[in-house]
Write a protein that binds this ligand. Structure first.
Ligand code: NAP
Length: 249
């Protein structure tokens, strides 16, 4: 009997949950607990960390999980590393559902960097207006460059004071449209964008809008992860689970 665990928190994970529920498979959807108002799922959900790789291994055994699908965000590297370790330890089949990174197109003005500190260093010294399209937990290093005017966008309103005191905060949940991103960048006179190479279509609009406006993008490359089987579509995960669909994804 199949009993799958989806490590979720992404649009792809949500789509997969829908397909798995429709196929009548037994599965659990796991949220990391970062968002206060997560999307409803058509599957039983659980929320919060497992307590490291060991905690996840215990969970897999206790819950009789037969398949793990790591559909977390490509930058949720700790969770992905723990999934590899726990599945290796327990002998549980693992697959990653992960969109390919974006590839530079003509007109893109990207500065690709490996980490946040390099992103901070890549900004100009003179004061500029920056759209910081990265997770809340990664903004603190930009406080070392307080001369810039930062625009931040979060899913939930911040509960605590931000490490960037003068920042403009937008509370909004994606996916975002090209026109919407164009409007945001124009109305706030954005000059630089800092983003992560998330891949997929949901977060792509800001990259396309930056190209249309000729704005430079400091783009964080994906973290290095251990080797693991990886697919890019929900349909491929359904195949892997032995439930071929003709719906595509
Ligand atoms: P992370 O740094 O890789 O994870 C930190 C810890 O949070 C993990 O070690 C794990 O705790 C727990 N965790 C993360 N994802 C979990 C999940 N799906 N289920 C249960 N526990 C989870 O991850 P993150 O970057 O903070 O992302 C957290 C969640 O937000 C993920 O589900 C991810 O898909 C979603 N998300 C992240 C981003 C992003 O930009 N990083 C963007 C969109 C959505 P334990 O070690 O205690 O098990």
């Amino acid at each position: 009997m199949t009993r799958a665990l989806i490590l979720g928190g992404t649009a792809d994970a949500n789509l997969l949950a829908e397909r798995i529920a429709r196929a009548g498979l037994d599965a659990v959807y796991s949220y990391g607990g970062r968002t206060r108002t997560p999307a409803d799922q058509p599957l039983p959900t659980r929320t919060g960390g497992f307590g490291g790789a060991g905690g996840l291994a215990d969970y897999l055994r206790r819950e009789g999980i037969t398949h793990v699908i790591d559909a977390t965000h490509p930058f949720a590297a700790e969770m992905s590393r723990h999934a590899v370790a726990a599945c290796t330890e327990t002998g549980t089949p693992l697959i990653a559902l992960e969109r390919a990174p974006w590839v530079k197109a003509p007109g893109d003005n990207w500065i690709e960097v490996a980490d946040i500190m390099s992103a901070v260093a890549a900004l100009p010294d003179k004061p500029t207006r920056v759209f910081l399209a990265i997770g809340r937990q990664h903004i603190a290093p930009f406080s070392t460059s307080p001369q810039h005017t930062y625009t931040l966008r979060f899913v939930d309103p911040p509960e605590e004071a931000l490490p960037l005191p003068g920042a403009n905060v937008i509370v909004s949940r994606g996916p975002f449209t090209f026109d919407g991103e164009l409007e945001l960048m124009r109305s706030r006179a954005i000059e630089w964008i800092v983003a992560r190479n998330s891949g997929g279509t949901g977060a792509r609009a800001k990259i396309d809008a930056a190209r249309a406006l000729g704005l430079p993008v400091i783009l964080l490359s994906r973290p290095q992860l251990p080797d693991r089987p990886r697919v890019e579509s929900v349909a491929e995960v359904m195949d892997w689970l032995g439930h071929r669909t003709c719906l595509g994804a």
